[in-house]
Design a protein around this ligand. Sequence first.
Ligand code: SAH
Ligand code: SF4
Length: 432
Amino acid sequence: MLSPAVTGESQLVSLDSTNQPGGSGSPLFGLNQQALAARMAAIGEPGWRGKQLTEAIYRQRLTDLNEITTLPKPLRRRIAAEGWQVGRPSIVQVFQSVDGTERYLVKAGEQTVETVWMPEGDDGEAGDGSDSTDSRVPQVSTLRPGITIKLGAPDPSHLGTRDSDESQPGTGHHSTGAVGGNRFRATICVSSQVGCAVNCQFCLTAKLGLQRNLTAGEIAGQVISVFDRHAVEVGRDRVNLVFMGMGEPFLNFANFMAAVRLLVEEVGLSPRRMTVSTSGIVPGIERFAQESPEVRPKLAISLNAPNDRIREEIMPINRKWPIEAVMDAVRQVQLRPRERITFEYVLLAGITDQPEHAREVARLVRRTGLPAKVNLIAWNPGPGIAYTMPQPEAVEKFRATLAGEGIPTYLRKPRGRDIYAACGQLKRTVEG
Ligand code: SAH
Ligand code: SF4
């Protein structure tokens, strides 16, 4: 059954309205420089105060108005008295995996959403494997599974993975507590909605249904809060962002793109280090195709099946937008040099993991004419979902068959399964 949110255009439009903070008591975090300048202008301050606020909130990552010493003290007092607040979403709980992955509950209003930190990435979304195959990368220290730790400064022993032989002197105060100013390699998986309306049969997030869209500040805030926790230095550390957490980013398009713009324009991240994954929301892909390559992340499509018949069964949304319609939309995206479209493919035992499926996927991908690669994901189990994990031999055979057909194929490492942080497992599982 299609869930109501994906059966009608009107529903789609209502899901997509921007949800930006407005009044004077609302958070500053989430507003871009222009909007911050307008806030300042409205209280009779010069527009360049907007730039000072931008620097403080997004570059210095300050969370308290009082710390923004570039603003004169009386002004700080005045805006605080008027109810202004930075209002950045904060991490309220941390679950740590034996493999170094951390899953966070990040406060968004009255609810929490999930964000995942994966030192070294998952072999999938550097995309071409360049992120994590470097044997020089030291392993993170051993962690006990499922520990919930208190808030506060992270313990440097599990900050993440740093490239020890590419050390550069750490400069800013954010490098304190990190190991000798070396570079990080990590991937952050970001949520775009609380829950999801799309109802893919194999996904735990689907069980929540859609609760609400996140604002741009709540989406970008997940990234900045995790940057803070791991003392990430923008421009030095190699952190990839994947918009593959809870929710369907293209059913919250305006807020999702506003968050990306904040991360690119105000925080200083490269959109080439970001990948957004969609289940195939055609109007969303078409809007995405209109975005400038200066801010547009890379695109991943959750293909997950070799044909419409199987896809329809596991992803009811396929009845609204079948594979060919999705591919037509994807072809409208103007790719940058060397950029490829990622097709994600979840292997479900007996349903999508047979060698004939791999050959069919190869034909399908070739037919699209797109420069593409396939990221295989062995299905991660979840309570109440009646699928079976594929056998390792089936996964390997599938990979080899697809690669043998000449399709660049990567196998995504399951990260943080023990703490419910792996793909499709995000459901605010507080037990860890
Ligand atoms: N809603 C978006 C992005 C979040 S899901 C989308 O569907 O693309 C991110 C990826 O996890 C998708 O490719 C999805 O197919 C995959 N996924 C969902 N549940 C999974 C599970 N239980 N095991 C493995 N992968 C899963
Ligand atoms: Fe939503 Fe993606 Fe899960 Fe499908 S796989 S239900 S689109 S989060």
